[in-house]
Design a protein around this ligand. Structure first.
Ligand code: BES
Ligand code: MN
Ligand code: ZN
Length: 518
């Protein structure tokens, strides 16, 4: 089975295919002026006063009446449409609510871009007038509107062969978009910095959405390898090498699959040669049946997304390389498939991890921690990173604890935790810190080996984190349990996709704020 074709994986990682499917809108930045054709979008705060350029569209009277008739009050993200307004060359004028100005934050501008994209109809050019009554829209804010439009425009339609309503809507996004703002040149520069991050999010969403029959460990590794065109150094370790390294925990998970396991190392050396790297580590279970401790059928198809941590790491590396970050970053993913088979691991099996510690596998469905144990150890042995952050769709228990609006943060370091929480607030990929401690750690002591891979009935996300910590030396480390946020989260202004790409913007932001410019 080693010779599965890589073509598709490379295709979706380079985005070549996507361009034929859902064409992405082209976005340009221009000076403020009243557009003479197509559609225009006006931003209106809750005072409903159109900006100077809005007034120049000669529709102020009509707007006022329409607001009254429609009940539009300028609430954030709400919109109202005027078709073929009188005395105006425009086909359409859309009022987009911005709400109360003093409640806007950094994330609001991405959301506004997404909300604007949701109003696009038909074909034709659209001009967004990025100007508020007397509040200038900064270059960074105008750029964020553009990025929000792109994040919103993502759709996973490569397997739809018939044109349906959805596909028509997708085609509609192949349009020319102009963002008219006070400082177009600066906005264009800021947008160019955001574009690689958007592409990283798209890549992560593509990987999470891709079904497991076409995305096995080999194809996943090939998708990562394709990023070498951006200047990343990418190594793919095969099972022979993993065996030599002693990764018995990781290999035990993959041994029931006909598709061999992989570990992929992606390196970006944009910092000073002497600086130790920051390490990003991802769980990449391409499909999780639970193994012999098998899952029930309801919703099992969602386990194609059990590589959301690895997808976030690969997406973040794409973003970091794409914008040529001034930092040394290493991304390492463990990519395996957890299947049921005559050769699959059994409950009660004892495996030896690369660290030398032995693990009694009480439940073959607690597989992610087994994969991460070896990848964490390998990372520290080889790279002596300055800190490690792992991302994993690790437990259903974190969804019980936090729902789908925060990922769980577990860490041995207060400073790192604070930095990650701040990056989460800035990007709206929010984290909530969870407790750890000796009493939780004891839950995974085993009678027959150094530890077992499950704790008791309660606090399942915490005992999973304690397990990981047994493979962390004395360096700052954080574990993000993204089981609730990587997929199937409620859609938002900037995401309509099942695979969310959660973690890419967060990690990119963390690297930008804490590793660069020093
Ligand atoms: N991949 C799952 C966790 C998961 C569940 C992710 C739902 C996303 C959505 C993980 O491998 C798993 O099966 N965890 C078990 C652990 C248990 C056996 C201790 C769980 O959470 O039930
Ligand atoms: Mn599992
Ligand atoms: Zn899993």
């Amino acid at each position: 089975m080693e010779e599965i074709s890589f073509a598709r994986a490379i295709e979706f990682s380079t985005g070549q295919k996507r361009q034929h499917m859902t064409a992405k809108p082209t976005i340009t930045f221009a000076k403020l002026s009243a557009p003479r054709k197509g559609s225009a979008i006006l931003l209106l705060a809750d005072d409903l006063a159109p900006s100077a350029t809005g007034h120049a569209c000669d529709i102020a009277n009509q707007l006022e009446r329409s607001f009254a008739v429609s009940g539009f009050k300028g609430a954030f993200g709400s919109s109202m449409e005027l078709l073929a307004p009188e005395n105006s060359p425009l086909d359409r004028l859309t009022a987009l609510g911005v709400g109360k100005l003093d409640t806007l934050n950094e994330h609001s501008w991405l959301r506004l871009g997404g909300a604007a994209a949701a109003t696009f109809r038909g074909r034709g050019d659209v001009t967004i007038i990025a100007e508020l009554n007397d509040q200038p829209v900064s270059a960074a804010q105008a750029a964020a509107i553009g990025a929000g439009i792109l994040l919103r425009s993502y759709s996973f339609d490569k397997y739809k062969t018939r044109a349906g309503e959805e596909e028509d809507a997708g085609k509609d996004s192949a349009r020319r978009l102009t963002i008219a703002c006070a400082e177009p040149a600066a906005a264009k520069r800021a947008f160019a910095e955001l574009l690689p991050v958007v592409e990283g999010v798209w890549l992560a969403r593509d990987l999470v959405n891709e079904p497991a029959n076409t995305l096995g460990p080999i194809e996943f590794a090939a998708a990562a390898k394709a990023l070498e065109t951006l200047g990343l150094v990418v190594e793919v370790l095969t099972e022979r090498e993993l065996k030599k390294l002693g990764m018995g925990a990781l290999l035990g998970v993959g041994q029931g699959s006909s598709r061999p396991s992989r570990v992929v190392v992606l390196r970006w050396n944009g910092g000073k040669a002497k600086d130790k790297p920051v390490a990003l580590i991802g769980k990449g279970v391409v499909f999780d049946t639970g193994g012999n401790s098998m899952k029930t059928p309801g919703g099992m198809e969602e386990m194609k997304g059990d590589m959301g941590g690895a997808a976030a790491v690969v997406g973040a590396m794409r973003a970091i390389a794409g914008r040529k970050a001034k930092a040394n970053v290493v991304g390492i993913i463990g990519v395996v498939e957890n299947m049921v088979d005559g050769n699959a691991q059994r409950p009660g099996d004892i495996v030896k991890s690369m660290s030398g510690q032995t693990i009694e596998v009480m439940n073959t469905d607690a597989e992610g921690r087994l994969v991460l144990a070896d990848v964490l150890w390998y990372c520290q042995q080889r790279f002596q990173p300055r800190l490690m952050i792992d991302l994993a769709t690790l437990t259903g228990a974190i969804m019980v604890s936090l729902g789908q609006f925060h990922a769980g943060l577990f860490s041995n370091d207060d400073e790192l935790s604070g930095q990650l929480i701040a990056a989460g607030l800035a990007t709206h990929e929010r984290l909530w810190r969870m407790p750890m401690g000796d009493d939780y750690d004891k839950l995974i002591n085993s009678k027959n080996a150094d530890m077992k891979n499950v704790g008791g009935r309660y606090g399942g996300a915490v005992s999973a984190a304690q397990f990981l910590q047994r493979f962390v030396k004395d360096i700052p480390w954080a574990h993000l349990d993204i089981a609730g946020t990587a997929m199937a989260a409620p859609s938002s202004e900037i995401n309509q996709s099942w695979g969310t790409g959660f973690g890419v913007r967060l990690l990119d932001r963390f690297v930008r704020d804490t590793c660069e410019g020093a």
